[in-house]
Design a protein around this ligand. Structure first.
Ligand code: FES
Ligand code: FES
Length: 174
């Protein structure tokens, strides 16, 4: 939602971030990444390339995976955003976060929030992806540390755990 009473070129913009209604004053073309990090203190989304190539700034916007460095905040008005900070329920880790820890899917961690959000997006669409589908699902996210095999295993691990009948995981759909 947008308040049309703009002041000094800024505009009031309302949206939902991690299930909380938020209202901010921003220049319409400010990057969503900067608004999240600098105005809302959500520093999980990282700036890597700043030009849509690395995926380290990935967030979910109305369920779609987007590079927040490319999204003018005006475009986010009225949407529902999920960042890595909002993925897990209460104090427990999300199943993908557990899997990344267990399988060594994170090293320096710069790419990890974006990878986990890309994996969330993938598993929401394809609960039991093949290795090729995991590679494809993460193809917009670059990692300089892991060589990718641990990341792919992390996502496969999370998918297996989620499909295990004895274990209930409710937090995968965002
Ligand atoms: S910082 Fe946004 S895609 Fe690289
Ligand atoms: S863990 Fe360092 S860039 Fe991926």
């Amino acid at each position: 939602m947008i308040n049309l009473r703009a002041s000094h070129g800024t505009t009031e913009i309302s949206f939902t971030v991690n299930s909380e209604p938020r209202k901010i004053s921003a220049y319409p073309m400010e990057r969503l990444l900067d608004v999240l990090r600098l105005k809302l203190g959500l520093t999980g989304a990282k700036e890597g390339c700043g030009e849509g190539e690395c995926g380290s700034c990935s967030v979910l916007m109305n369920g779609a995976l987007v590079n927040s460095c490319l999204v003018p905040v005006l475009q986010a008005a009225g949407t529902s955003i999920v960042t890595i900070e909002g993925l897990a329920a209460s104090d427990s880790l999300h199943i993908l976060q557990e899997a990344f820890l267990e399988c060594g899917g994170a090293q320096c961690g710069i790419c990890t929030p974006g990878m986990i959000l890309a994996a969330t997006h993938l598993l929401n669409k394809k609960p039991a992806p093949t290795t090729d589908e995991i590679r494809e699902g993460l193809s917009g996210n670059l990692c300089r540390c892991t060589g990718y095999s641990q990341i792919i295993e992390s996502v496969a691990n999370a998918a297996r755990r989620r499909s295990a009948p004895a274990i209930e995981h409710s937090g995968i759909t965002v």
